[in-house]
Design a protein around this ligand. Structure first.
Ligand code: GDD
Ligand code: MG
Length: 322
């Protein structure tokens, strides 16, 4: 069985400013490749044959890398919102580019997870659901959509509230039946979290939760972005899109590392970067073409593409290059 999917990539990525003023969050390099490459390859592995990127902000930056998808073994199309339509409006708009009439898988374009997507799709079909949400648990649900369940049926959806009633959250991957997508108003700004889900629940539609406790991370903050890259390089979470590397760090082609420099703890050195001598790079992501002066020590830091870091810089949990 093959499936169609929509990847939501049109947000502004404000919590990652200024990094995301020129590069959309889903295109930021994470473990050496644009983040959504990890999601696209995972989707393909679960049987997705066609994926529409729902773009808006900096829409023109996706196609040069992903093209028609053939290099990634999947068909990739692009839907462009001239004005951001919100998550629900984006789904409706992108759906007109999909072939077929079967269920559609929707991904937030900033979630790294090890969840069983094929299992979620099978669950959706077996329950004859209208919509199935992938759910996970977090210690503090305030920044997310908190979900209330009875058995595996969703009975309430509470987007970003001060006192969430549960710590079970919307993990940002849904299976939608096509008729439910067609009910979303066309060409209007709609939030799937604040409008579509609550309306479906009021109407007693078949909305189910697929709870999966595998690795899960929303990369939307600087700390999470750095952690995602480390975890992929260290193999805490597996991705077939992570370039081959030996040991606990990744050096992309064309990067040069000076004598006496130690790289470790899931660091990535981007394409063509130049690292001086006697540096210590731990748990850090060095952007493509960046130049790091000798004797620099960076821990849990993110260095933007092309950034020049002076010799002898000491940085811990830094965000450099702006
Ligand atoms: N095309 C398009 N148009 N995409 C959009 C738009 C839009 O207007 N607005 C947001 N997106 C995309 C973003 O690019 C991102 O990939 C995804 O939708 C989710 O937006 P975020 O801004 O990252 O939302 P969030 O992290 O605050 O909350 C969402 O994700 C949580 C899980 O990480 C919600 O879905 C929560 O309910 C959920 O718990
Ligand atoms: Mg997010």
């Amino acid at each position: 069985m093959t499936y169609s999917a929509i990847l939501l990539v049109g947000g502004m990525g404000t919590r990652l400013h200024p990094l995301t003023k020129t590069t959309p969050k889903p295109m930021l390099n994470v473990a050496g490749v644009p983040f959504i490459e990890h999601q696209i390859v995972r989707a393909r592995e679960a049987g997705v044959s066609e994926i529409v990127l729902a773009t808006s902000f900096l829409a023109e930056l996706f196609q040069p890398h992903f093209g028609d998808g053939s290099a990634f073994g999947i068909s990739i199309k692009y839907s462009i919102e001239t004005q951001a339509l919100g998550t629900g409006g984006a789904i409706r708009h992108a759906s007109s580019s999909l072939s077929g009439t079967g269920p559609v898988i929707i991904f937030n374009g900033d979630v790294l997870s090890g969840h069983d997507l094929a299992g979620q799709i099978e669950f959706h079909i077996n329950r004859e659901a209208d919509v199935t949400l992938y759910l996970t648990s977090v210690p503090d649900a305030r920044a997310y959509g908190a979900v209330e369940l009875v058995g595996d049926r969703v009975i309430a959806f509470n987007e970003k509230m001060e006192k969430p009633p549960t710590n079970i959250i919307n993990a940002g991957c849904y299976v939608f039946n096509r008729d439910v997508i067609n009910e979303i108003p066309d060409g209007k700004v709609v939030s799937v979290e604040r409008e579509t889900f609550p309306t479906l629940l009021v109407d007693s539609r078949r909305v189910f939760g697929y709870v999966d406790g595998s690795y899960w991370l929303d990369i939307g903050t600087p700390t999470a972005l750095i952690k995602a890259s480390q975890d992929l390089v260290l193999g805490v979470v597996e991705s077939a899109a992570t370039p081959a590397h030996q040991g606990d760090f990744l050096v992309a082609p064309g990067a040069i590392v000076g004598d006496g420099t130690k790289i470790s703890v899931g660091s990535t050195i981007g394409r063509g970067a130049l690292i001086g001598t006697d540096c210590i790079i731990e748990g850090s992501n060095i952007g493509a073409g960046a130049v790091i002066g000798s004797g620099t020590v960076l821990r849990n830091s993110y260095v933007a593409n092309g950034c020049q870091v002076p010799a002898g810089t000491l940085g811990n949990s830094c965000y450099l290059g702006f």
